[in-house]
Each structure stands twice: as structure tokens, then as C-alpha cells.
Design a protein around this ligand. Structure first.
Ligand SMILES: [Zn+2]
Length: 720
């Protein structure tokens, strides 16, 4: 025991001393771009400086040309979207509103042309009609530590808004709008065996992956238009070209792996400037809870102020305060638990209702939230839906932004981790009455309900496009991972869990962790091997379900018939004569006892059985089962008639077990997982057994109704 404690102590020490990763900007992008609203086109130039941070040389560069996903009906993205109804969250792309990116010029710093050597690649599916990934051969290899400067000219046709990018009327959201380098990963990064480029095609069910970089971006829009973008604004000039008057706005950002921006006429969108003021906006109770569970002082958890810029349709201005309040909740919560937000500004965009497809999306220091028209009507209007979307998208500043997992390959590591943190934050908001205008709401119910009615179990850890269906992708990546992490929190305990997640968030900040990195960090930080959990939770298609299969109890009958005693056969007295302990039919519960199985140790010593003696004890048989494939352990609570309550642990390695007990009292209730530790359990109605059918049982039978009601609200949300 002591040795274990010492070992755990030393591991914790190592974890605590390991410094948080320093940001390394692998590339710098200097981009000048002009938007022509009449044609929905962008024309721009890039000067990219890229450093080879791997330990081997490379003689090629891989590029993402994401907008080519919307170039035809045969691209991988459009094929995966499927069928005639090519819709993603309500949007659709139809001729003539295609979108594309074309590289017009590509040279080295010395003028060497690279464009002639550009070839399209389809590493994921070989689809010859997909043009979202390109490879360029270099005249000479870039050695480890070597750098290269590239000059790029490009033109982009924006689609009508789809998959968070494009135009709707005069509103523009520019995401994935420029030629962008893939990631040259070293051996060992996310568990890969050899160094190489990671550059996936754009899929219908995938987001992105890129290296950290520094950015200087200047955008030109018509005069009178507002602009919001990643980073902070560094310049704002007026200019003219020919007859058109322009506004030229510059932005700078460091240590982020993408750059997005938005623009619209000032008559359509309003800009609201605000602050996150930690002295005012960090709830005292949250700080107290964090200092206690993380075992850190309030000074160590101090958060910096952050500037907030909200771009919102003038017609929605009444919702601005709710969105800003939500962003502040997110900043306080994620900052306390996962480390401070290291950037000076957060830009929030609420797209107009005509551009729902642009809502609910994350880019570094730039998020889109959104108010759907359904939110004006019950039941959605009673729920903190704007709050949840805003908190969720802000949360991606951590799970995606700072902890830069590969969204193509492990969508669950950003969406699922973030869904967990977001639901935890929303729960705290409701618990602490920080949004008194909203009705009670439990964000976890929707996540848990998502497992109902699934036809096949789902393995979580898959590439985003490798699930059976897009429904499976969403389920595995969002709620399934969230409830599995909540289960892990219950099993590990809130303190160890919080500290392990903090260690993970700090150690992998500004880096690219894979699943094994999370698993190893978590086990190390808790000083316990959790591989049994991770293997079942994320690497296999398990379902979680424990239950009470059967309970039987009856009084031991008095001895009847013959027995060998004192060297001769004796016959007991017939029942009814002085046999106070005989069972009567009315006292018998349940059916006949099932076949013999490994018995638990009786908790109550059997009383001496004598004819005509004291009342015979109850023989109690509890049969527990595991319909789900996920193995335990799981806690079981036994409540006896007199009110005595005891807890036991069933390891739940086998499919079932039978506990036989003798007791002077009858069992009143059996509850499997009484604390609700197994949040990932899909079917809880069988976790309870009660001798008297109580009213609670009725509620439990219709629990799904309540969840269905809440999920109706969730379906109206744009999520990413
Ligand atoms: Zn998300």
C-alpha cells in the first residue's frame, strides 16, 4: 500500500514538473486577398515560409485546396454527402454555385516555378474526381531544420454557404479559403512509425488538421463593410481602385493553425466590442471548486482579461448579451480547468438566419455561434441552446485549437472531449443559477439519450469518414465520447480526473496528441493503469449495460423429514407444530431460485437452525447481469427492510453473477450503479429492483420521454 502511494506520488511529481509545451510556429503565412462580392470571388497572394521540424528531409510539399470539395457533384465530399439531397445542415450546393480554389502561381523565393510539377493526390479513396489535395515536387530536399519560402497566387470561387464557408446574400464566411500546407509529421507524432505528410482529402464528415503558424493577413472589402477575423486587427485603411472604394483591414495572429474571416455590409451586421474581465466573470464557486480539485492556488489559476468582438446581424442585436455572457462562461470554465486562454482576443460571429450553415463552427480565436429560428419557439426557447453552442464553439479553442488533434483521424478527440467539457460547463451554469432567465435543463440527458435505438454498437476510434454512416460518426464523435469521459470521471474520482485532464491539456498544448498520448498521460497522471477502460471505451465497439436480472427471497423452511443424528436416523416434527419459522406463501418473494452459481459470502451469519427455535432467516438470492459487452466493475447498493444499506462491488467480468445471502430482514431495494458512475450506460431502467413497486419506478419507465423532449431542442442546433 505504501509503495503504491510512493509510486503514485513520484509520478504526480514528474507530471507536475513537466513544463507546458512551448509553441513552435512551423510556418508563417503572409496573405493579401481581395473579395469581389459581384462574383463571390477571392483573389490573393501568399508568401509562405515553412520550416521542416521533422528529423528527416522532404523533397515535396502537400497542399490542401479545400474549396475544391465543392467543385463538382463527383468530389469525395459531395459523394459522401450522398444522393440527390446534397445537404449539410440545411445547405446545398447546386450548379451554378460551385466553389473552387485554383493556384495561379507557385514559385520559390528565387523565382523557380513549381506549378508545372503540381499533381493532385487522393490518398484516402483514390477518387479521380477529387481535387482537394495537391502535391508539389521540390527541386531539392529540405533538410531537418531547413526552411523554404514560397510565393503563391490563387483565386477562389466561394460557394453558396455550405460546410461553414461561402456566401449568403451579402454575408460572407471565409473558412478553408486559401491554399494551405498539410502537416509534415515526424516519426512518433501521434504514434506514426515513420515521418511523412499528413494531408487528407476534404470529407463530408471531417474537419481539419494543420501546423501552428504565425499569420499576417490583409483583406480588401467594399467600403462600409465590417470585417472579423482570426487574431487581432493591426491596420484599417481606406483606398480606391478605379471607381470602387475599398476598405483594407489587416490582422495578425501567432501560434494558431488556421485563419478564418467574415465580412458583410455594415447595414447588415453590427460589431459589438466587449471584455472578458476575470475579476468579474469568474464565478467564485467555480474558482473554489477548481483550486480544491486541481490542488492549485487561486494565484496559479488566475486568468488574463480577453477582448471580445461580436459580429451579429442588426436584427438579432437583442441576443448579443446572451452570446457574450456564454463566451465568458466558457472562458472562465475552460480557463480554470484546462489552462488559460493565451490569446488577446476572441471574435464571435452570429451568422444571419439565411446562413445557418455558417453557424456553430470553430477556427482559432474565431468562432461562429448562431440563433436558429427554431430557438424562438418552445421547447427550444426554454433551453440554454445559444449558451450551449457558444460555449461549445469556444471550447474548441482548447480541444482542436490549443490541443491540436487530427480532426480527420480522431474527430472524437476534439468533438467528444469538447462535448464533455461543454456539458460540464453548461451544467455548472444551470446549477449555480448563472443564467436565471433560463429554465432548468440537464445537458447530459441529450448526450445519454443519443445511445437509444442504435441498431449496431459503434467503435469510437475511427477516421471521420470510415464510420458506417454519418449518424455513427456524429454519435461516436460527440455524445458517445462525452459520456465515456464522464464515466471515466466517475470511476477515477473528480479530483484525480481533473488533475489528469489538466496534465493532458498542459502537456499537449501547442502539440498534436493522438489517442495513445491521451491514454498514457491519463494513466500516468492518475498513477493507475486505465488501459482496460480505454481499450473498451474507444478501441472496440462495446455497449454499457448492467442490470438486476432477478431477486428471490424466502424464509428458510424448518427442517422436515429424516436426518442422521447421534448414530441414528431421526424424524423431525411435522410442520405446524411449534415451527414458528416456516415460510408462508404470502412471505415469499420472486420466483424459484435459479441454478447454482458462485455464491457471495453471506453478510449475515446464519442463525442456528433448530426446530421450534427462533424465526428462520431470509434466504436472499440476487442475480446480476451484464447485457452490455463493456466489463465493469460496477457498484451495487443493497437496501434492507430495516433501512440498513450496504455497498458491494461486482467486478462484472462475467456476464452474470448470483449473490446468495441470509439475513434476518428482507431486501427492500437493489440498485446497480447507484451513483450513476456509468454515464455511458444505455439502458438504466433495469438497474433498479424494488420489493414494492414505487412511484419512482413509473418515472423511470418514461425517463426517455423527458430526454426525447430535450433532444428535440438539440436537433435545431448547428454543431461542429
Ligand atoms: Zn464541435
Amino acid at each position: 500500500m505504501k509503495r503504491t502511494v510512493a509510486l503514485v506520488g513520484s509520478i504526480m511529481m514528474v507530471a507536475a514538473l513537466a513544463p507546458a509545451a512551448e509553441p513552435v510556429d512551423v510556418a508563417s503565412y503572409d496573405i493579401q486577398v481581395r473579395l469581389t462580392p459581384e462574383t463571390h470571388r477571392l483573389r490573393g497572394t501568399e508568401v509562405i515560409r515553412w520550416t521542416n521540424t521533422a528529423s528527416v528531409a522532404t523533397d515535396e510539399l502537400w497542399w490542401h485546396l479545400y474549396l475544391n470539395a465543392f467543385a463538382s457533384n463527383r468530389t469525395t465530399f459531395m459523394r459522401e454527402l450522398g444522393g440527390a439531397r446534397r445537404k449539410l445542415r440545411g445547405g446545398k450546393v447546386e450548379n451554378p454555385h460551385w466553389g473552387w480554389t485554383r493556384i495561379a502561381k507557385l514559385t520559390l523565393d528565387d523565382g523557380t516555378d513549381l506549378l508545372a510539377g503540381l499533381a493532385f493526390e487522393r490518398p484516402d479513396d483514390g477518387n479521380p474526381d477529387d481535387f482537394t489535395v495537391a502535391r508539389v515536387k521540390l527541386p531539392r530536399a529540405i533538410p531537418p531544420g531547413g526552411a523554404i519560402i514560397l510565393h503563391v497566387g490563387f483565386e477562389a470561387q466561394l460557394p453558396r454557404v455550405i460546410a461553414r464557408t461561402g456566401w449568403a446574400g451579402d454575408f460572407y464566411l471565409m473558412g478553408q479559403w486559401f491554399p494551405k500546407l498539410g502537416v509534415f509529421e515526424d516519426a512518433g507524432v501521434r504514434g506514426r512509425k515513420t515521418a511523412g505528410w499528413n494531408c487528407h482529402q476534404f470529407h463530408a464528415s471531417s474537419e481539419f488538421y494543420a501546423d501552428f503558424a504565425s499569420w499576417d493577413v490583409t483583406v480588401e472589402v467594399p467600403e462600409g463593410w465590417v470585417v472579423g477575423a482570426t487574431g487581432v486587427q493591426t491596420a484599417d485603411e481606406k483606398g480606391a481602385e478605379g471607381t470602387s472604394r475599398l476598405r483594407r483591414v489587416s490582422f495578425h495572429a501567432d501560434h494558431v493553425h488556421d485563419f478564418a474571416w467574415t465580412t458583410a455590409p455594415g447595414t447588415l451586421m453590427t460589431v459589438v466590442e466587449a471584455e472578458f474581465d476575470p475579476g468579474r466573470d469568474v464565478p467564485k464557486r467555480w474558482l473554489d471548486q477548481a483550486t480544491k480539485l486541481l490542488e492549485r492556488s487561486a494565484a496559479e489559476l488566475e486568468l488574463p482579461p480577453v477582448h471580445l468582438r461580436l459580429l451579429i446581424p442588426t436584427s438579432q442585436a437583442g441576443l448579443a448579451e446572451r452570446m457574450l455572457r456564454s463566451a465568458r462562461f466558457g472562458m472562465a470554465w475552460y480557463g480554470l480547468w484546462y489552462g488559460l486562454y493565451p490569446y488577446p482576443q476572441l471574435t464571435i460571429v452570429s451568422p444571419p438566419v439565411t446562413a445557418t450553415e455558417a453557424g456553430g463552427m470553430e477556427y482559432p480565436t474565431f468562432i461562429t455561434t448562431g440563433a436558429s429560428r427554431w430557438m424562438l419557439w418552445p421547447p427550444s426557447s426554454w433551453m440554454p441552446l445559444i449558451e450551449m453552442v457558444t460555449i461549445h464553439e469556444f471550447g474548441h479553442q482548447y480541444f482542436y485549437g490549443l490541443i491540436a488533434t487530427n480532426e480527420f483521424e480522431q474527430a472524437w478527440m476534439d468533438e467528444g472531449f469538447n462535448s464533455f467539457a461543454e456539458a460540464s460547463c453548461s451544467t455548472a451554469v444551470m446549477r449555480d443559477h448563472l443564467a436565471p432567465d433560463l429554465k432548468a435543463y440537464d445537458p447530459w440527458l441529450g448526450d445519454r439519450m443519443s445511445s437509444l435505438g442504435r441498431r449496431l454498437p459503434v467503435k469510437v476510434d475511427r477516421f471521420a469518414w470510415a464510420y458506417r454512416s454519418r449518424g455513427d460518426y456524429s454519435y461516436a464523435s460527440y455524445p458517445r465520447t462525452a459520456v465515456l469521459l464522464k464515466t471515466l470521471q466517475g470511476l477515477a474520482g473528480p479530483g484525480p480526473f481533473a488533475r489528469a485532464m489538466r496534465t493532458y491539456a498542459e502537456r499537449w498544448r501547442f502539440r498534436h496528441p493522438g489517442p495513445k498520448d491521451f491514454f498514457a498521460t491519463f494513466s500516468e497522471a492518475t498513477g493507475k493503469d486505465w488501459s482496460w477502460f480505454f481499450r473498451q471505451a474507444f478501441e472496440s465497439d462495446t455497449t454499457v449495460d448492467f442490470g438486476v436480472m432477478h431477486v428471490a427471497q424466502h424464509r428458510e423452511k424448518a427442517y422436515q423429514g429424516f436426518r442422521w443424528e447421534d448414530g441414528r436416523w431421526k424424524e423431525s416434527e411435522p410442520a405446524g407444530k411449534g415451527d414458528a419459522g416456516a415460510a408462508t406463501a404470502g412471505e415469499k418473494d420472486g420466483g424459484p431460485a435459479p441454478a447454482a452459481a458462485p455464491a457471495a459470502t453471506p453478510t449475515v451469519a446464519p442463525e442456528e437452525k433448530k426446530n421450534g427455535g427462533a424465526e428462520e432467516p431470509w434466504e436472499v438470492t440476487v442475480q446480476l447481469g451484464r447485457p452490455g459487452s463493456f466489463r465493469g466493475p460496477v457498484e451495487v447498493e443493497l437496501v434492507w427492510d430495516g433501512g440498513k444499506t450496504e455497498r458491494r462491488t461486482w467486478d462484472a467480468q462475467d456476464r452474470w453473477t448470483i449473490w446468495r445471502m441470509e439475513s434476518p430482514e428482507r431486501l427492500d431495494r437493489v440498485i446497480v450503479d447507484p451513483d450513476g458512475i456509468w454515464a455511458a450506460e444505455s439502458h438504466r431502467a433495469d438497474n433498479y429492483w424494488s420489493r414494492k413497486d414505487d412511484t419512482g419506478a413509473v418515472t423511470r419507465r418514461i425517463w426517455w420521454l423527458k430526454e426525447l423532449f430535450q433532444a428535440t431542442g438539440l436537433m435545431t442546433l448547428p454543431w461542429s
